[in-house]
Design a protein around this ligand. Structure first.
Ligand SMILES: *Cc1c(COP(=O)(O)O)cnc(C)c1O
Length: 420
């Protein structure tokens, strides 16, 4: 429960209900992932884990109790689009990890991005300023979909702070949206500086923390107004569930919650259960993935078929020092992008088809390693010119490092790269 919620006398209200699990607030993230959100009900017996509550509707002993929940005077459940005990358990666990007053679980990461943008209070005429190499669907949402509704969308290079400030000064964006680690080129942004700058110009800041995860970065603590996660990726981690979350301050919860109800992008109980189940091993998986990624980046950098490796843990990465300061200096995420020498689509496809262990698949963050070709998947919505403008070359491959043995992964890469 946040200090803010307590001051507002909302200790039992819906925001704190979906907030930090105080029992584990000061603990290490490994402990939080195992315990937070679980066994938080009001019965006098508990299962060790929260069950899947499939019921779409909920009843109370008195009509007054139901009325209080409807009026948001007390926390509770009325209808599953409004939340279920299973999704609340997940929300409390996630809010604890991100250090946020409240979390709202969503049916996907894109639903979370959309909800955060709407929840930031955008209206026709407002400008949404987005970082130019964010996730492809988010790019399209800001750059193409919103403008159809009368919003203005502008994409810019957020690694250039001087140019960025000039844009903010000239355009007064209503919302600034970025990912701490960009996709697919794994650039690292100066998150605290960008948040401060955006606030100076009166913008609401949304940070997509999917690639960095709360283990490397907590944007809420750095001042971000809203944070989003594609829980589908590292947090759930097993490639079997689609889920997302928005993190907000207690004061902003009601507006976001109303948006959630109106958009209907709520997370189902089965998915909430699976995400919560996956979350328990997230720190184990993610540290292993980050360490494996470091090894693989070094291997690729030394490989004759590889022109260039994009990984912030390498000294050759343009934001290596910044990444160290921002992410704690030990780990740099588990995404590695690389460009084939004289690479084109055919060469990239030959590599993908020759892989024996790494799955040629369009996702990231799973226990299994995956590799994909950004120009035809995550960034398929971008035109040739847009791709060139954001620096995505035709021989670019992006790997999400899983928890397999790094030696086996390197062997698989060596075999596939021998084909080009
Ligand atoms: C995958 C992803 C999303 C979208 O999440 P879904 O769960 O696939 O809807 C948004 N942002 C980033 C950074 C992602 O990697």
């Amino acid at each position: 429960m946040s200090k803010m919620a307590r001051e507002e006398g909302a200790a039992t209200g819906p925001a704190s209900f979906r907030g930090v699990d105080e029992r584990y607030a000061g603990r290490n993230i490994a402990t939080q992932c195992v315990h937070a959100g679980e066994r938080a009900g009001e019965s006098d017996y508990y299962g060790s884990c929260t069950p899947v509550h499939h019921s779409t509707t909920f009843m109370y002993d008195s009509m007054q109790a139901l009325d209080d929940v409807f009026q948001r005077k007390r926390a509770g459940y009325v209808y599953s689009r409004f939340g279920t005990p299973t999704s609340t358990a997940l929300e409390r666990a996630l809010a604890t990890l991100e250090g946020a007053d409240a979390a709202l679980s969503c049916s996907s990461g894109m639903a979370a991005c959309h909800l955060a943008l709407l929840g930031a209070g955008v209206k026709a005429g407002d400008l949404v300023l987005g970082s130019s190499d964010i996730y492809g669907s988010t790019y399209q949402l800001i750059d193409t979909m919103f403008p159809r509704l009368g919003l203005r969308g502008l994409m810019a290079d957020f690694t250039d702070l001087i140019a960025l400030e000039r844009i903010m000064q000239a355009e007064s964006p209503r919302v600034v949206f970025f990912e701490a680690m960009t996709n697919p080129l794994i650039r690292v942004l100066d998150v605290p500086a960008i948040i401060k700058m955006a606030h100076r110009y009166g913008a609401t800041v949304i940070v997509d923390n999917t690639f960095t995860t709360p283990l490397l970065l907590q944007p809420v603590a750095l001042g971000a107004d809203l944070v989003v996660q594609s829980v589908t990726k590292y947090l759930a981690g097993h490639g079997d569930v689609l889920a997302g979350a928005v993190f907000c301050r207690a004061a902003d919860f009601d507006y976001l919650y109303t948006m959630l109800l109106q958009t209907g992008c709520s997370l189902g109980p089965q998915e909430a259960y699976m995400a919560l189940r996956g979350l328990k091993t997230f720190p184990l998986r993610f540290t292993r993935q980050c360490d494996g990624a470091m090894e693989i980046a070094r291997f690729l950098e030394a490989h004759p078929a590889v022109e260039r490796v994009h990984f912030p843990g390498l000294a050759s990465h343009p934001q290596h020092q910044l990444a160290g300061e921002l992410l704690g200096g030990k780990r740099f995420g588990a995404m590695v992008a690389f460009e084939l020498k004289q690479g084109d689509k055919q060469a990239a496809f030959r590599v993908l088809e020759a892989l024996q262990i790494i799955l040629p698949a369009t996702t990231l963050g799973d226990v299994h390693s995956t590799m994909m070709y950004p120009p035809h998947s995550s960034h398929a919505s971008l035109s040739r010119e847009e791709l060139a403008r954001v620096g995505i070359s035709p021989g670019l491959l992006r790997m999400s490092v899983g928890i397999e043995d790094p030696e086996d992964l390197k062997g698989d890469l060596a075999g596939a790269l021998a084909r080009v």
